[in-house]
Write a protein that binds this ligand. Structure first.
Ligand code: BGC
Length: 754
């Protein structure tokens, strides 16, 4: 192996030097051995290659295609499309000489105020994991490494560099790690980025369990862990925990720390060796893959960016079929975003686009210019401007329909800070109210990377959410508004009616040091369902210009404990007048049981494109974990048997078909230890034989000879609840500690054989 050969020729200093970046964006080379350096660049929704390795390059990077951000692209629920976008970004990386793309970002959206939510896919781990896997596959087809970030539980910007996320075992596994697990298994990224924050007391970049035991040992990751930029606090601890590459470079500071740690014996030579081998392997792999120069077709990518944006837009409301706009209508386009669109979020992900479409220009491609009128509507600062509102009202009165472009400006939403409220700028809200008062046919086109509250929702008949749809946003809006294509996006995040309804309201964003994930398993729709709170728009919601009939659902009524064959068939028909795509969703509602679980969880979905009148049978294969929970005692996913309801619908709150199935309860040996109650020990035949007569005798004795039957029954109940080891005292040693050892061994034996 070439990398092993080269590694064997490296001096100790060179090995150490390789483990920290050279500057902001590249790794060290070793000229004498011909070891090249690699270039790492942000992501995730376009490549952001700085023009110099010494600068962050935000706003000055090389032009690249700006695709919809993850929060928006996720509304397509389209793995194939996300993979194509990943491939295009990977190709642009190759064109620009970038070896590692710092993306996808796949943290879960714990709270709608999270400043980077626009960079993440969803509040649901299955959807996030599948889309992230697709993106990774796409990028890596081009010989570029994807770097899945930010591992892990990096859900807020407030105090992101020190906050300690305190998360219990089940939400950690079932939610916050779950999408990483899926993305790793199905996408196989070559790199993972360790996040800034702490998880349950330990910084993620130094978290041995998280990196070494979970990521490498349990999940079988065989790539390189890279620190988030400046996330390392203790270089030696990070190395031992499994973090290979520290970024960015720090002028040799970390090299000196590692040298000292090595000489003091705090780290072993093998820690350095293993990390250097890993890094060298990645560097050579990426250089081999990049041996052939590749050229990106930026024009084709611009078209892809438009197509992706078209699919991403979500029609939130459309009364009386006000949309699509009929061709002959006079239209007032109001709001600066129509000419100066906001199409991506702020921070490290900010791409310099190759083109930029805007709604005002794009509408001219579909409607005659004389039918179109424009008013500025507000200042970008968002303050209420009476003169502009009056002007907007004046032109809105003169037309047949008003299209209002409002949303969150850059100053409201960015990496680096969380939002403090869910409102639009006051000037935008005031504009909507004022225009809706004079023009009942008012369509709101909303731009934001995350949910906002819409206090005027009852006053307008239509709302189209454009998210942050990238450089093709304006063209995509025009196509959807004018009916060139029916909208098909569906929300991947619940929109609350008010901040107070949100799951983490009571424990966000922590006290500066710690943030307690007090809502536990109930994140996103899992919370609104459990608390029976009516959201503004539910998870999975999105309207179409067509109508779909959910005709029938068929499939097995029973599932074995192995969950094989969890596959159902839905008959769907387009009963409307437009060709359109429906995203059908399958949720699983578990039985009540001793293990508390969400009321329903997403288990599968499908995108179905149908012509008017066309019908299709769609196959939905449920994800096994929909029938499982993470068992912290066993450290494993465990199938919960019982009667489940399968729910198929157009959103999490628009269920059209139900089907009941019985899932076999797996035969699992209970986890028995000396603290397990006697009733649990009865499942072990060796224990049953000894304990039953003993408890019977003891219950009679303790109740006394004259005791009525219910007195004995009570004693029996108390004794069966007794932790096993207490029986020693209760029987004055008649049941001995040796007996406990014998039973523990018997249990271990059965456990091992099962
Ligand atoms: C961000 C990462 C980004 C890195 C490099 C960090 O502050 O958290 O997402 O990749 O900077 O720009």
């Amino acid at each position: 192996m070439k990398y092993l050969d080269l590694w064997s020729q490296l001096t100790e200093t060179e090995k150490i030097c390789l483990l920290t970046g050279r500057d902001f964006w590249t790794t060290h080379s070793v000229e004498r051995l011909g070891i090249p350096s690699i270039w790492l660049a942000d992501g995730p929704h376009g490549v952001r290659k700085a023009t110099s390795t010494a600068e962050t390059g935000i706003g000055t990077s090389l032009p690249a295609t700006c695709f919809p951000t993850a929060a928006t692209l996720s509304c397509t629920w389209d793995e194939a499309l996300v993979e194509r976008v990943g491939r295009a970004i990977g190709r642009e990386c190759r064109h620009q000489g970038v070896h590692v793309l710092l993306g996808p970002g796949l943290n879960l959206k714990r709270h709608p105020l999270g400043g980077r939510n626009f960079e993440y896919y969803s509040e649901d781990p299955l959807l996030s994991g599948k889309l992230a896997a697709a993106f990774i596959r796409g990028v890596q087809t081009q010989g570029v490494a994807a770097c899945a970030k930010h591992f892990a539980v990096n859900n807020q910007e407030t105090d992101r560099m020190r906050i300690d996320a305190l998360v219990a075992a089940r939400p950690l596994r079932e939610l916050y790690l779950r999408q990483f697990e899926i993305a790793l298994r199905e996408g196989r990224p070559q790199c993972v980025m360790a996040s800034y924050n702490r998880l349950n007391g330990i910084f993620c970049s130094e978290h041995r369990w998280l990196l070494r035991e979970l990521l490498y040992d349990e999940w079988g990751f065989d790539g390189v862990v890279i620190s988030d930029w400046g996330a390392v606090n203790d270089r030696a601890a990070a190395l031992c925990a499994g973090l290979t590459l520290e970024m960015p470079g720090n002028g040799g500071t970390s090299d000196r720390v590692l040298q000292q740690a090595l000489h003091k014996g705090d780290i072993r030579q093998s820690d350095i060796d293993n990390a250097a081998v890993q890094l060298l392997r990645l560097v050579l792999q990426l250089h081999d893959a990049a041996a052939q120069p590749l050229v990106a077709d930026y024009e084709a990518h611009h078209e892809l960016a438009i197509a992706a944006a078209v699919q991403s837009l979500v029609l939130l409301k459309n009364e009386d079929g006000i949309l699509p706009l009929s061709p002959g209508l006079r239209v007032a386009v109001i709001g600066q975003f129509a000419q100066y669109p906001r199409f991506q979020g702020g921070g490290s992900s900010q791409v310099v686009p190759t083109h930029l479409t805007n709604l005002w220009d794009a509408l001219h491609g579909y409607l005659p210019g004389e039918q179109l009128h424009y008013a500025v509507g507000y200042e970008i600062s968002g303050q209420i401007d009476e003169a502009q509102i009056n002007e907007a009202q004046r032109i809105a009165r003169r037309v047949d329909v008003a299209v209002l472009c409002v949303g969150l400006p850059d100053s409201y939403e960015s990496e680096g800070f969380d939002r403090t409220h869910l409102h639009l700028p006051p000037g935008h809200d005031a504009l909507v109210r004022a225009v809706a008062a004079v023009q009942p046919r008012t369509v709101v086109v909303l731009t934001s990377g995350a949910p906002v509250v819409l206090p005027w929702i009852e006053q307008v008949p239509a709302v189209l959410w454009a998210g942050l749809a990238g450089q093709g946003a304006g063209e995509a809006m025009a196509r959807v508004l004018c009916g060139q294509v029916s909208p098909s996006g569906k929300l991947t995040e619940t929109w609350p009616q008010r901040l107070e309804d949100t799951p983490a309201y009571h424990c966000w964003p922590g006290d500066g040091w710690r943030v307690h994930y007090g809502e536990g398993l109930f994140v996103g729709y899992r919370w609104y369902d459990m608390r029976q709170i009516e959201p503004l728009f539910p998870f999975g919601h999105g309207l179409s210009y067509a109508n779909f009939a959910y005709l029938s659902l068929s499939g097995p009524d029973q599932l074995p404990a192995t969950l094989e064959g969890a596959c159902w068939h839905l008959r769907l028909r387009n009963t409307g007048m437009y060709p359109a795509t429906e995203i059908v969703q399958l949720y699983v509602h578990p039985p009540e049981g001793p293990v508390r679980r969400p009321k329903q969880e997403l288990a599968a979905w499908a995108r179905v494109s149908l012509e008017p009148g066309q019908e299709q049978v769609v196959t939905l294969v449920a994800e096994p974990t929909a029938f499982q929970h993470w068992d912290p005692a066993r450290q494993a996913w465990v199938t919960c048997g019982g009667c489940y309801e399968l729910r198929v619908g157009a959103s999490s709150r628009d269920i059209r078909l139900r089907h009941t199935i019985e899932v076999e309860t797996p035969v699992l040996p209970p986890r028995l230890d000396r603290f397990s109650p006697i009733r649990e020990w009865l499942s072990l035949p060796e224990a049953k034989q000894v304990l039953e007569p003993l408890v019977e005798a003891l219950a009679n004795k303790m109740a006394g000879p004259q005791a009525p039957a219910k007195g004995i029954a009570f004693m029996r109940a108390v004794l069966y609840d007794l932790p096993l080891h207490k029986l020693v005292g209760f029987t004055s040693g008649h049941f001995s500690f040796e007996m406990i050892e014998t039973l523990l061994n018997a249990a271990k034996q059965r456990w091992a054989n099962s």
